[in-house]
Structures are given as structure tokens and as C-alpha cells.
Design a protein. Structure first.
Lengths: 364, 529
């Protein structure tokens, strides 16, 4: 049997919106089968994963806090992926930003560096440093790509491990809290270096506002500006982009630094708003999950906002399921993988029609 | 590349019986009511075709008329949706090209499938059964060369050969399998006029042996010379079967297009202005390993003048265009001057700022982004123009207005308000791309293959637009493989061969033969071999 993919003549807006929804439904069905095979009730699992988290204030806050880094990173990744550059290393850029921004939090610990001007500048400076840290870290694969034609997929991915181990060393070495009972942790950030909470006694912090702002700005850049146009053009028709006079090297470096900058910002928001100190590991894999978010959101900023919330829901629901149903945490990651495969498959089906030919007939 | 393994051997006194067409005999190869649908698109609609022994039968039609689909069906590459293929009167099913070759149907493709780094003999051996020994190949090539009068050197690597020589390898590959019917798809599109003559001699010999030839072309003069019958397709249907010798090129073209084609009208008397493009001793490497480097190219195009650059494909045309447009930068500023300004080290955007406009050969993905709308494609080359962007923001309204102006001025047929570029037909997209650049009010206009793959009506419109442009004092440089086109619109013609550009000649005072010799890399003093 042979399967042919034939491009559909017309693009349909409805089909393109329906595709990720259908992908989600299929992924949930597959997840249900897996849960059933593990001897649990799929109905209960669906309830725990997807319904209950939406009914409690604390879990709604947790979803927003989880979605923030996913949406920020995925919005940045959309710039890279739209331009056809494959930044797989957002996780490393997240860590680089968290570490550089968090470093300022450590430097200003106990009123240091504050003198006459006070402490108002610390948080903004941490945010900016975080973005710079991520952007510079992402510039490494970008420069290797445009100068030496090294695959950005490999370099950006490898740099994740460099960042993870560097942070691990810093927190076990120079940045270790001297009074921390020799645990590999930094001191806790002062309130001046911590993003304030929006709800008393909750987990919702000021940093969650960065996500919708980034989404709105990205949507504006993509739809209205010449820069956004050049990014889309470079990805869709690189030769036409060069003919148009757009410098593909400059675009490569720009999209990597935007992507890294947003990932770095997400990193510093995470340490300053949620964790409150530097740890050997500051991310449960946001940089990788954000790749799924970017594609689930069809590389459109608004789509990414929705997709980020959906994926955050699976994280929060997954934690609940570990407690309530003793389902392993890895099931959440497996489900996210299934979801990505379904989304990519739905994407193909939205653009192409399948033709089945039985036997080995003539080529067409 | 499809697998090739024929079992036939060359045998000049083979089973082919008496030469000439015998009236009461069934045609060698016939299509009866063949239809082929791709989804809702009907590429072939109940096509009948009969190919007799000892005839050269022309298959005529515009791009998209269904010629390629039909021959792919006859060669077993596609299976028909309806209808049947008859071989000597008996219905057959062709599962794949091997089955077609086993019957005795051969095909020479427009695009060669040869390995550049292998020799002629090795390339031919690849198409033969594995039992064939490489040592025997040169003798068989010599045999073919003697029988059909074309020279092939077995030990030459393919990359060192001209397009005409490469085509002979393809033909030799077919002939070694002793085909009774031979399909040739646009065989002359990459040949010089002299090479075309050689090819025709070979085809006449094949015909005299009683083989049937199906000859696909859009060069009507060639068809009138070579063929005694023609089947004309339009929009997937047979619109006429005729004797091309009894028709005129104009009447054949009218049948193909379904309308009369206007003659391009000369630009009228206008004076020549200052040189607007001056290229001085431009030497530049090709970016691709098998590409052609430019060697010491010098050229001058004055305002109000159309200069044509002729040449066989792959002699440095795309490199010349890339360096003239600034997509590739030569480095030496003085090598290229636009209106006196040295721009050899300036990129394409800087050259556009000097009112130079460029149209590359490839529409989809080079001149236009296929998945962008037409108004977005206006921005592609127009983003530097006045008012198109403000503080980094695109004025979408202005882009749409400009797009509509291009569409109205150049009669671009499209569906929807602002459709994606890829939904336009080739001719309409070409009119849009050429029109976009013309309406940018250029002083210099450089275009590569302006009517490649474009239907006759759109071609005439584009050529007229180029002449009108020159009448307004614009310097127009046309790079083209179509000699008819160049003679129709050029004031002077230069020839690009192996990256070197000849002295331009006044078009009225030179001949196709003289240009053809230059295309083959010979001066008129030499003789064609």
C-alpha cells in the first residue's frame, strides 16, 4: 500500500483552527486508553487532569504561574521557527537568564549595593539582566550558524547541558548560601528582589503579566511591522527574502536573540517570582515543553497564549493525578509528547489530502 | 530518477517492418478517450491520439494544456483515470516505465537525468541490464554514433559536456533499447540552432527506419519543418489534429491559445540616452560548485535601449543576473555602475534605491513568495519606496492599492480580493511580478527569462511592456534563452557562453545563425563541427 499526500488547493481558516482542537481530542483519547491499560478509570483521570484544576482558585493560580514561562518562551520560539531557524535550546537560555538576573538578587542581598538610591531599581534591573543573559546565550548558536554554518539544532541543544551544569556548579560553589547547612542552594531573595504577589496567600505574582504583554507585542510585530514581515518571509521563501533585500544573517541573529531574551526573562521571572532563590535546577523542562506550546499554538502569538494555558493545565492536572490516582508524573510528559505528534499530524492533514493506493501501482 | 532496466539490444535490422505508413494498419501506439483527473482538476479530457510507424507526430499546446500528463500516461509513469492505450491495435496496461520500455516505448525527457561526475559510458551503462559489461559499451556507442550521425566520446565526464551533448546521451540510452516508439519532450529547448539541425537529422533517420516519434514542442516553426501531423491540446482537450505544413505559425498559435495573438509593436522612434548600466570587466565566481563563473564581462545599456543576452541555459545567466541585481556582490565597486554611480559593492536594496528594478527567472519563491498574498508581495521589493513603511510599520492600505494598480494595468487574472501568489497561473503571476517592477518607475530594468513557461498571450503582453518601458527612456537588459524573443524586442544582442559575454551586435544586422555560433562558443570564422 502506498499513501500519497496531495496538497489541498484552498486553505481553509476553519480547518486550520479545527486541526489543533481535533489533535487535542485524539491525544486525550489515546491518553484515556493508556490510563485504562494501567488499570485506572479514564473518566476519573479526565476529571482530575482537565476539569478539577479549573474549579479551584489555587489551581487556577498555579495554571497561570505555570503558563507564564511556557507562553513567554514559546512566543520567542515563534520568531525563530517562523524564520525557519530551529532553536531547541530555550531551556538553556531560560537558565542563563535566570542565573544572570538572579545573580543581581544575590548581589543586593541584605541591602548591599543600594546606598542612597534605594532598592526600586533592583527588580527592573533583574528582569533586564535576565533578558540580556538569555539573548546573549542564544546569540552563540546564531553566530555559529551564520559565520560557520554549524547546525543551530545541535549547538542550541548542547548549550542546554552547559547551562544546566554551570548553574549547578555556581549554586554548589560560589553562590552557595554559607548558612544553608551545606545544601546546594543560594540565599533567599530579599523582598526587593522578589516579584510581588497579586493575591494574598496565593501564588499569582506580578510576572504573569509579562506573558500577555509579550503576546500582544509579538502579534503586533508579526502582523504590522516590516521586521515581522521579513521574519515570516525569510522562513517561507528564503530566496525571495534575499531578493527583497533582507539580510538573512541579521534576521537569524535577531530572532535568536529575541527568542533567547524572552526565555531569559521567563527564567528570571521564575526564580524571582516563584522559586525565590537559585537552585541547581530551576526548570522542570519549560524550555522543551514550550516547543510543544509553540506548535500547538500554530506559531501565532494568540494561539500560543491558549496553548500555554492548556499545557499548564496538564502540568497542574498531572501533579493532582500523582496525588489522587497514583499515576506517575512521567505520564504527563508522555501525554505532552502524544499531543505534539497529534498536532503535527493534524497540521499535515489540514494542508494535504491523503490518497491510499493499494498494491504497488504506477507512480503519480 | 525512475529505474531503468530494459532487456532489449540494439539491432538496426530489428523487427520493425516496412518503413512508411500503411493505411489499413493499426497505429503503433494510440490513446483512446484518455482522461486523467487530479482531485477535481481534469488534466486530460477524453484525448484521442494515434501514432503511426514512420511518422513524426507533433504534440502541441501551451503550458498546462495537458501534454506532459498525456506522455507520462503513454510512458507508464501515470495511470489514466479512464480510457485505454492501444499497442498495435491491442489494449495494454502500462504498470510502470519498465513495462513501456519492454514493449518498445522510449522517452527522452526535457530535464536530463545524468550523473555529472560519471563518464558518458558509465551513464549509459546505468540504463542497461546489469548483465551488460562496461567494456562493451564504447563499441555500442560507436555503433549508434555511426548509424545516426552523432558524435559521443565514451570517456568524457558528463559535467564537461554541453547541453546538446548531454541530450545525445539521453537519446543514445533510449536507442540502445531499440524503441519502436520514441517520445521527445521539448528536445530543442536547451540547444543552439546548429545543435537543433543535428538533432533533426537524427530524427529524420529514425523516422526513415519506420520508428514512430511523438515530438512535443512549442516552437511552431520547428514543428512545421519536421512533422507531418500535429495534435493540438488546449485545457486538457484535443482541439485540432492537422497537418502543420499546411498551417501558418500564427494559425497554429491561435489554435493553441484559442485567441489571436497581437504582434508586438515596435517601440517607435526614440533617441538613445546616456548609458544607465555600465558593466566593466566583471569577473566573479559562481556560488555553486557546478555553476559558471563570470569572466571579464563588459556591457553597456543606454537609456531607451533594449539589450538582449542570449545563451544556452547554464552558461552563467543566473550568475550574471545575481551579480547585476546585487543579490551577490562582486566586491569591486567600479565593476558595475548604475546611472554613473559605482555599485559593484552595494547590495540589491542599495541598487533599487538608484531606481533599478529586477525580475529573476523563477517566479515562485524568488520573484514572489508563493504563500504570501499579492499585496504582501508588493512589499517584497517595494518596502524601500516612499510611504510603503512608516517607522518600521507597513502601510497595508498602500500595498493593497499598489497591488490593485498592478493587477488593473497588466490585466492580471486572479480569484479573490487579495489571493496568495501561488494561486495565480504562471503567466498571470509573471505579469504581476513584471508589472510590480515596471510600476516602481525604474531607470534600469534587468529581467532574466521574462516569458519562461508563460502562455503566448501573456508573453506578448510582457514583451510589449518591455518595449514600452524602453520607449520611456529606461535601459532594459533582457537575459533569455528564447532567440525569437530576443530578435523580436532587442536593439542589440550579446551572447553569454561559459561565463564570457560577446560583443553586442545590432540585432537588425545579425542573423540567428551568427548568434547560434556564438552560443556554441565559436566565432563566425570557425566552422560548426
Amino acid at each position: 500500500m502506498r499513501i500519497d499526500l496531495v496538497a489541498r488547493a484552498q486553505r481553509s481558516r476553519i480547518r486550520e483552527i479545527a486541526a489543533p482542537v481535533a489533535a487535542m481530542a485524539v491525544a486525550i483519547l489515546i491518553g484515556g486508553v493508556v490510563v485504562a491499560l494501567m488499570g485506572r478509570s479514564p473518566g476519573t483521570a479526565f476529571d482530575v487532569y482537565f476539569v478539577e484544576p479549573l474549579t479551584q482558585s489555587y489551581s487556577l493560580q498555579a495554571i497561570a504561574v505555570k503558563a507564564t514561562p511556557l507562553v513567554l518562551i514559546a512566543t520567542g520560539l515563534a520568531f525563530c521557527y517562523r524564520a525557519n531557524f530551529w532553536n531547541i535550546g530555550a531551556e538553556g537560555q531560560f537558565i542563563a537568564g535566570g542565573a544572570l538576573g538572579g545573580w543581581l538578587g544575590l548581589l543586593t542581598h541584605d541591602g548591599a549595593l543600594q546606598g542612597a538610591i534605594g532598592s526600586w531599581w533592583i527588580l527592573p534591573a533583574m528582569m533586564i539582566l535576565g533578558a540580556i543573559g538569555g539573548a546573549l546565550y542564544a546569540a552563540i548558536p546564531a553566530l555559529l550558524k551564520v559565520r560557520l554554518a554549524v547546525s543551530e539544532i545541535l549547538t542550541s541543544l548542547m548549550l542546554v547541558y552547559v547551562a544546566q551544569l554551570a548553574l549547578d556548579w555556581l549554586v554548589r560553589g560560589p553562590w552557595k548560601d554559607p548558612e544553608g547547612h551545606n545544601l546546594p542552594v543560594s540565599v533567599n531573595f530579599d523582598p526587593e528582589a522578589s516579584l510581588p504577589l497579586l493575591v494574598d496567600g496565593g501564588s499569582l505574582h506580578l510576572g504573569v503579566l509579562f506573558a500577555p504583554v509579550a503576546v500582544a507585542l509579538a502579534a503586533l510585530v508579526f502582523s504590522k511591522t516590516l521586521f515581522g514581515y521579513s521574519v515570516r518571509l525569510a522562513g517561507a521563501s528564503p530566496r525571495a527574502a534575499r531578493f527583497g533585500g533582507f539580510d538573512d544573517r541579521a534576521i537569524a541573529i535577531a530572532v535568536f536573540m529575541i527568542s533567547g531574551g524572552l526565555a531569559g526573562l521567563a527564567g528570571v521571572v521564575e526564580v524571582s517570582g516563584k522559586i525565590g532563590q537559585l537552585l541547581p535546577s530551576i526548570s522542570p523542562g519549560y524550555g522543551f515543553s514550550a516547543i510543544i506550546v509553540a506548535f500547538l499554538g500554530r506559531l501565532s502569538p494568540v494561539g500560543i497564549l491558549v496553548a500555554g494555558l492548556v499545557l499548564a493545565l496538564t502540568f497542574v492536572g498531572g501533579e493532582d493525578a500523582q496525588i489522587a490516582m497514583h499515576l506517575p508524573g512521567d505520564l504527563t510528559l508522555a501525554f505532552q509528547g502524544v499531543l505534539l505528534v497529534c498536532v503535527l499530524a493534524a497540521d499535515v492533514l489540514a494542508r494535504y489530502r491523503l490518497f491510499f493506493t493499494w498494491g504497488w501501482g504506477a507512480r503519480s | 530518477m525512475e529505474p531503468r532496466s530494459g532487456e532489449q539490444r540494439l539491432n538496426p535490422e530489428s523487427a520493425i517492418s516496412s518503413p512508411g505508413v500503411v493505411a489499413d494498419e493499426a497505429p503503433l501506439l494510440a490513446a483512446r478517450a484518455i482522461s486523467k483527473r487530479f482531485g477535481s482538476f481534469v488534466a486530460n479530457d477524453r484525448i484521442d491520439l494515434a501514432l503511426a510507424r514512420g511518422e513524426i507526430h507533433a504534440l502541441l499546446g501551451e503550458n498546462g494544456a495537458g501534454k506532459s500528463t498525456l506522455v507520462k500516461i503513454l510512458y507508464g509513469l501515470l495511470s489514466p483515470s479512464e480510457g485505454e492505450i492501444l499497442w498495435q491495435g491491442a489494449p495494454i496496461a502500462l504498470a510502470n516505465p519498465n513495462a513501456a520500455r519492454a514493449l518498445g516505448i522510449g522517452m527522452v525527457f526535457q530535464h536530463f537525468s545524468l550523473f555529472d561526475n560519471l563518464t558518458v559510458a558509465e551513464n549509459i551503462a546505468l540504463a542497461l541490464p546489469t548483465s551488460e559489461r562496461l567494456e562493451t559499451i564504447p563499441a555500442r556507442i560507436a555503433e549508434i554514433s555511426r548509424a545516426y550521425g552523432f558524435a559521443l566520446e565514451p570517456d568524457r565526464p558528463v559535467y564537461s559536456l554541453s547541453a546538446g551533448e548531454r541530450q545525445r546521451i539521453e537519446i543514445a540510452r533510449c536507442l540502445l533499447q531499440d524503441p519502436k516508439a520514441l517520445i521527445l519532450d521539448e528536445p530543442t529547448s536547451v540547444l543552439t540552432p546548429q545543435e537543433v539541425e543535428k538533432l533533426f537529422e537524427t530524427l529524420e533517420k529514425l523516422k526513415a527506419e519506420g520508428r514512430a516519434l511523438l515530438y512535443i514542442s512549442h516552437h511552431l516553426e520547428e514543428v512545421k519543418r519536421l512533422c507531418e501531423r500535429a495534435t493540438i491540446l488546449r485545457l486538457g482537450k484535443v482541439v485540432a489534429t492537422c497537418d502543420p505544413r499546411a498551417e501558418t505559425a500564427r494559425s497554429l498559435a491561435a489554435l493553441m491559445v484559442g485567441a489571436q495573438i497581437k504582434e508586438v509593436r515596435a517601440a517607435g522612434a526614440h533617441g538613445l540616452g546616456e548609458p544607465r548600466l555600465v558593466v566593466a570587466a566583471l569577473s566573479a565566481p559562481s556560488p555553486s560548485p557546478h555553476g559558471v563563473s563570470l569572466k571579464d564581462v563588459s556591457l553597456e545599456v543606454r537609456g531607451g535601449e533594449v539589450v538582449g543576452v542570449a545563451g544556452v541555459a547554464g552558461n552563467g545567466q543566473s550568475e550574471l543576473f545575481a551579480y547585476l541585481s546585487g543579490e551577490l556582490v562582486a566586491g569591486r565597486a567600479e565593476a558595475i555602475r548604475i546611472d554613473g554611480e559605482a555599485v559593484g559593492d552595494v547590495g540589491i536594496a542599495g541598487r533599487r534605491a538608484l531606481r533599478a528594478a529586477f525580475v529573476p527567472e523563477e517566479r515562485n519563491g524568488h520573484a514572489a513568495a508563493p504563500d504570501f498574498t499579492l499585496s504582501e508581495n508588493i512589499v517584497l521589493t517595494g518596502h524601500g519606496a516612499d510611504g510603503m513603511t512608516r517607522a518600521g510599520f507597513i502601510d497595508a492600505r498602500k500595498a493593497l492599492d499598489k497591488s490593485n494598480e498592478v493587477i488593473a494595468t497588466f490585466d492580471v487574472r486572479k480569484s479573490g480580493a487579495d489571493p496568495l501568489a501561488r494561486t495565480l497561473s504562471g503567466g498571470n503571476l509573471q505579469k504581476f511580478v513584471v508589472g510590480r517592477e515596471i510600476l516602481s518607475a525604474p531607470g534600469l530594468f534587468v529581467v532574466n527569462q521574462p516569458t519562461w513557461g508563460v502562455d503566448a498571450l501573456a508573453s506578448a503582453a510582457i514583451r510589449q511592456a518591455l518595449l514600452d518601458l524602453s520607449a520611456r527612456g529606461v535601459a532594459v537588459l533582457v537575459i533569455s534563452q528564447d532567440l525569437d524573443e530576443l530578435f523580436e524586442i532587442s536593439d542589440r544582442i550579446a551572447v553569454l557562453h561559459a561565463g564570457r559575454l560577446s560583443q553586442p551586435r545590432v540585432a537588425r544586422l545579425t542573423t540567428r545563425e551568427a548568434v547560434g555560433l556564438l552560443m556554441a562558443g565559436m566565432d563566425e570564422g570557425d566552422h560548426a563541427h
